[in-house]
Structure formats: structure tokens, C-alpha cells
Design a protein around this ligand. Structure first.
Ligand code: MIC
Ligand code: SF4
Length: 644
């Protein structure tokens, strides 16, 4: 039987288990990627596991998230990461080099390889034909130490692309279409594999936009084949040597096949407050816009920015619009500068933002009260921008540029006076690796790791208790994102200091949560979180498990939990139960006292648990559907204890 692209790459990397959807498998990781906001914790855990050097083929430590440097904390984090990279043998990509996913695609990604990154948009690498996945920092630390990565063997969904995109419709609109169809929940355990005739019209950066925002589907990852287009891209990056062909066999099988005719894709937007809330631009035409921001790991490539420059050349953006651009990498920015496009952008009124995550993570450029903000990024969760009352729409670069010019949403097909500027891929990119440190990847045990006062310690988990006696310290609804659980933005600088960062758990949902939780923890009462569907959507930040653990959270009971967050909960010893009957969600309220008498035995080997709601005198059945290895981790009190 023939193999699809996913099977080809996974079978080459399989260490244990079978490629049967739903089974736990372990795979070898070739490349690892960290960014500063999750990287400090990843390296602290790497160190606390006693690993002496990076053992996978390549590890790159990027600084791209916390570059605002208000206060000493960010700079201290950078110094820690820079010295840790030198000591343990990782490549260091300093601030200014660009956003990890964009830079990795340009300079390091390679077809057929596996990549594990402590960032949920690591699947960007799937645009090059690699299996690239996001995970918690501790899983990446294990992979950097040469350990296997455990995941559920995926179902593979083929997205068969036919036809060619019309002018004004872009890769962003393709992934928005996929999101419209599949939504942001219910896709756990799947990989999207793109194929079909339409591939020949999609360049690598466009493919990467699609795999990047595939993260919002909640899938394990997304992947394109590695073909002649991949080869051309790598050659233009002066990396033809890493190319190999990986295409699905003619008789490859899939769990599901969905067809998309690219010619039918129209410009779209994800409306507030979810990437899955997809509407057509036509339906928004005329709506006033206050802010337009172009950048992020989704849409900040050379072609994206050049398209915008061509649209804006010789024009001035609308006076009511605050317009910012953040080129994805030093390479992109340099090329725009050398070729004069940067000047076109600046003359149009663009504010040049750093080549970094910046606005996307909400640590700069927060919109005004009730403002409408158009962004080319991938997440518009409520409050992520830093302004809870703002309405953030996610759009393509050309939709954003037209709105910047006109001060409102514009249906591009109705704009008679502007022609769509089709930008071709450059034959060669401007390659300059001189700013990476440690490209040889040699560890140097003599280097002293720099630890400023913001570099905390990794809190230790506690062994699983015999019985659970606890209280529902918070009850939340559906689609609670990791931004709700553990806000980034202004709080980002505390990522390396768990005691401090824990004061902000659920800050935007219930600012008193941390006080209540710490009080019951200190009285020896376990905290439980009760949640609806798709709990823990979004970021890979393990802090959304680590900080609750620090506050004494022992259990999450939800209708469903997203993949990366589920793994993070287990890694930090928090037991992830599901309601056997989802209507039981209504039978538990905040403040209810709950118990599971045989808690440890359940964790050890039972698929169900009987939860007693002492306050309401009722019993509720819960499911615990995890692997034996995950049970061991929970019993030990988390992965660090399990490994130690
Ligand atoms: C995000 O886009 O939410 C982030 C910030 O990149 C996160 C990582 C983090 O929280 O540091 C992600 O996507 O994993
Ligand atoms: Fe950075 Fe935004 Fe991409 Fe996350 S989604 S890696 S914050 S640019």
C-alpha cells in the first residue's frame, strides 16, 4: 500500500508504537526550536534534567517575543539564553534576526525532517515538507537532550487543492477557508496534508502561511509535499543541498479527503474573537478601521511585504488609520530596504516595527478603546491585543493594505483603480548568516550561564495524592485559550519567574483567582478547574499548566482539552479528566467541594473515576483517557520528577 507524506516522514522517525491513528507513538526529533518567551523555562528544565549538551541535529534558540525591554527582565532573559546556547551547543538567533518561524523557514528547515518547537506555530515548517510540531518547553528540552517525542499517531486529512488563486485571493484566505470548514475545535489528533494540482501555484511562503495558521484548527500539524517548488525556494536561499523529494504515492490513503478549488477562494477575514469566525470581506465592506498591522509569523514574508509596498507606492494611508509593518526577518527587511520597497512603505505612512512578534502577542501596539484593528496575524482572541474592547480582524496583507489606504474594509474586487500587483518569488534571497551565534553547534562547557534576578527556578511537582479533596476554584466556559489562562502581553516579562507570573493566572477572566487558589493550596485543599469545550486552545505556553500547578491546581475537568495543553497539564502533574456525560458540566459550580476517594488508583489504571460533589451530594462519572506512560508521569508528579 502506498504512503502519504505524513506516513513517509513519521515512519522514518518512528522509535516506538505503530502508525495506527489514536495509538501513542514515539518519534525521533531532528531539529528543535525555542523562542525566548518559552525558551527560558525550556532551558531551565533542560539544565535541571542534568543534560550536558544538545544531542539532536540542530537546536536554535530565537529571541523574537520579548524584545520590548521595559525593565531589566527581557534583557536578562536574553543574556541567559545566549549563554545557555553557547554552553550547551545551540544556535542563538539574537533579537533583530526576526520571528522564529520565518527565520527557521528561510535558514534551517529541511524537507523530511522532524522539528519540535516550544511555540504552537512551529507547523510553519510544514510548508517545506517537514513534520513540524509545537509542544511545551519541557518536551522540547527532552528532544534537545536526544529524547523521543510522544504523540498520538494522527489521522491524516488530505486537503486536495485544485485550480489557481484569483488576484486578491491569497494563501491567508485559503487557510481561512479551511478554518471556516473545520472550525477551531474538534480536530485534535489530525494532521492536514495538502496535495493536488493546485500545489503548483503555491510558493513555499504561501504554503507556510497555510501550515502556520493550521495551528488554529487545533491539529497536530499541517504539511505540504516537498516538490520542485520547494527545491527552487531552498536554492534561492542557497540551501539546495537540503532538498529531497517527498510526495505522496499515487495509491496513498487518507482518513478523509476534502477538496478546495483555489479559483473559488475569495478574500476573507476572521472576525472577533476567534480565528474560526470566518466571514467574507464583501460582508464587511465599508466598515471603518482604526488600526492596520502587517506582520507576524503568518504573513511577513518578502512577497507579502513587497505586495503591500506595491499597493501603497505613491499613495498615503488614510489619516484615521494607525498603520504598522513588522517584516518577518532581517532578510525580508534588508531586501525591502535594498530594493527600495521599504521607502515606498515609509512614504505611505507606515510605522516600521521591529522584526519580532510585537503586536501579535499584545506587548505593543494595543489598539484604542473599542477600536477596529486589522491584522495579518493568526489569533484574535479577546483581549490578546491588550485592549479587551477592541475588535481584531485577521486578514491577508493585500486586504490590510487596501483598508489602510481607505480607512475602511474594501471589497478588492470592487476597486477599479487599483490592479492587484502579482509579485514573483525572487531568484535569490539575500543570505547573511553573520548574526547567528554558534552555527557550528559546538557546546562549550567553559561558558558560564548568566542568571540575572529574573531567572527563577523550575518549581517541583508533587506526587499524586491517594485521595483528592478539593474545591472548584474556577469554572469557565468553552474555548478558553491559553491567553485567558496565562496572559502574555504586558505580563510576558515574568515568563522566567513562576512565582511572580502565577499572580496573573486567569487575570482577564477572574483577577481574584490566584488569591483564592493560593489560599486553598496553603490550607492543603486541592484546586480544581472546571471547563467547557476545547480548553487550552492556542499557544504552547506550558506556563498555562506550570503556573496553575504552582497555585495548587491538581485537576482540570473539561468537556474537551486541546492537544498541546493536555500534554502540558500531564507534564506538570495536573490530571486532565473529561466529563463522561457533557451535561454534567452543569452539575458543578465554582466553590463546590469535590472528592475522588481512590484518586491515585484511578490515575494508576482506570479509564473512569467517580467524582463526588460533596456540596450537592451527587456523583459524576469522569473519563481519563491517557496512555500508560502519561499515567506514570502523573503519579510521579510531572515529567521532571518522572525523568529524574
Ligand atoms: C502565541 O502566538 O500565542 C505565542 C506567544 O507565540 C505562543 C508561545 C508563547 O506563549 O510564548 C505560542 O503560540 O505557542
Ligand atoms: Fe510570534 Fe505571533 Fe507568531 Fe506567536 S503567532 S510566534 S506571537 S508572531
Amino acid at each position: 500500500m502506498g504512503m502519504n507524506v505524513v506516513e513517509k516522514i513519521l515512519s522514518e522517525h518512528l522509535i516506538s508504537g505503530e502508525l495506527v491513528a489514536g495509538e501513542e507513538i514515539a518519534i525521533k526529533i531532528d531539529q528543535a526550536l525555542t523562542q525566548d518567551a518559552t525558551g527560558t523555562m525550556a532551558y531551565l528544565q533542560f539544565e535541571s534534567m542534568g543534560i550536558e549538551k544538545v544531542k539532536c541535529e540542530l537546536a536554535v534558540s530565537y529571541i523574537d517575543h520579548n524584545t520590548v525591554q521595559v525593565g531589566f527582565e527581557n534583557a536578562d532573559d536574553h543574556a541567559y539564553l545566549r549563554s545557555a546556547a553557547a554552553r550547551y551547543g545551540a544556535v542563538f538567533s539574537p533579537p533583530g534576526n526576526g520571528i522564529c518561524h520565518q527565520v527557521h523557514l528561510e535558514r534551517f528547515g529541511a524537507p523530511g525532517k522532524t522539528l519540535l518547537g516550544s511555540d504552537s506555530h512551529t507547523p510553519t515548517g510544514g510548508g517545506l515538507g517537514m513534520i513540524a510540531m509545537g509542544a511545551g518547553g519541557i518536551d522540547v528540552a527532552v528532544a534537545m537532550g536526544g529524547g523521543a517525542f510522544y504523540l498520538t499517531s494522527p489521522k491524516v486529512i488530505k486537503i486536495e487543492l485544485t485550480g489557481e488563486l484569483r488576484p486578491w485571493a491569497s494563501a491567508k484566505d485559503v487557510i481561512l477557508k479551511v478554518l471556516e470548514q473545520f472550525g477551531t475545535k474538534g480536530n485534535v489528533g489530525c494532521i492536514m496534508e495538502y496535495g493536488g494540482d493546485g500545489l503548483k501555484h503555491l510558493e513555499v511562503p504561501e504554503r507556510a502561511t497555510i501550515t502556520n495558521m493550521g495551528a488554529e484548527l487545533g491539529v497536530t500539524t499541517s504539511v505540504f509535499p516537498s516538490d520542485e517548488i520547494t527545491k527552487k525556494f531552498l536554492a534561492a536561499q542557497d540551501r539546495a543541498d537540503v532538498w529531497c523529494e517527498i510526495v505522496a504515492d499515487d495509491d496513498a490513503e487518507y482518513d478523509q479527503v476534502v477538496k478546495i478549488d483555489l479559483a473559488e477562494v475569495v478574500p476573507m477575514a476572521a472576525a472577533p474573537h476567534s480565528p474560526g469566525n470566518v466571514v467574507s470581506i464583501t460582508s464587511l465592506a465599508g466598515k471603518k478601521v482604526n488600526q492596520v498591522l502587517i506582520g507576524s509569523c503568518t504573513n511577513s514574508s518578502y512577497v507579502d511585504l513587497k505586495t503591500v509596498a506595491k499597493l501603497l507606492k505613491g499613495k498615503v494611508v488614510h489619516p484615521d488609520v494607525s498603520f504598522g509593518i513588522a517584516p518577518g526577518s532581517r532578510q525580508v527587511l534588508n531586501m525591502l530596504a535594498e530594493e527600495g520597497y521599504l521607502s515606498d512603505l515609509l512614504s505611505s505612512g507606515a510605522r516600521l516595527l521591529e522584526s519580532a512578534c510585537g503586536f501579535c502577542i499584545g506587548n505593543s501596539q494595543s489598539p484604542g478603546t473599542n477600536a477596529v484593528s486589522l491584522r495579518t496575524s493568526n489569533r484574535n482572541f479577546e483581549g490578546r491585543s491588550g485592549t479587551p474592547s477592541a475588535d481584531v480582524y485577521l486578514v491577508s496583507p493585500s486586504t490590510a493594505a487596501l483598508a489602510a489606504l481607505h480607512g475602511c474594509f474594501i471589497d478588492p474586487e470592487g476597486v477599479a483603480d487599483i490592479k492587484f500587483p502579482k509579485v514573483k518569488m525572487p531568484k535569490t534571497f539575500k543570505v547573511d548568516d553573520s548574526h547567528f551565534i554558534g552555527l557550528a553547534g559546538e557546546p562549550n562547557g567553559e561558558v558560564e550561564v548568566v542568571r540575572g534576578p529574573n531567572i527563577g527556578v523550575v518549581p517541583a511537582g508533587e506526587e499524586c495524592a491517594v485521595a483528592l479533596n478539593g474545591v472548584v476554584s474556577i469554572k469557565v466556559g468553552d474555548k478558553i485559550t491559553t491567553d485567558h489562562i496565562m496572559p502574555a502581553g504586558a505580563r510576558l516579562k515574568y515568563r522566567s519567574n513562576i512565582a511572580k507570573y502565577s499572580e496573573f493566572v486567569f487575570e482577564g477572566v477572574d483577577a481574584e483567582f490566584h488569591i483564592r487558589a493560593a489560599a486553598s493550596r496553603d490550607q492543603g485543599v486541592a484546586n480544581l478547574i472546571v471547563a467547557g469545550e476545547s480548553y487550552g486552545q492556542g499557544s504552547s505556553r506550558e506556563h498555562a499548566a506550570l503556573c496553575p500547578m504552582f497555585l495548587g491546581v491538581k485537576v482540570v475537568i473539561a468537556k474537551s482539552i486541546e492537544r498541546i495543553h493536555m500534554a502540558n497539564l500531564i507534564n506538570f502533574g495536573i490530571v486532565p479528566f473529561m466529563f463522561s456525560d457533557q451535561t454534567d458540566y452543569d452539575k458543578v459550580e465554582e466553590g463546590d467541594v469535590l472528592s475522588i476517594v481512590d484518586f491515585r488508583d484511578v490515575v494508576k489504571g482506570s479509564d473512569t473515576a467517580l467524582l463526588r460533589n460533596e456540596t450537592k451530594s451527587i456523583d459524576i462519572t469522569l473519563d481519563l483517557s491517557i496512555s500508560d506512560r502519561q499515567r506514570e508521569i502523573l503519579l510521579a508528579g510531572g515529567l521532571l520528577k518522572y525523568n529524574g
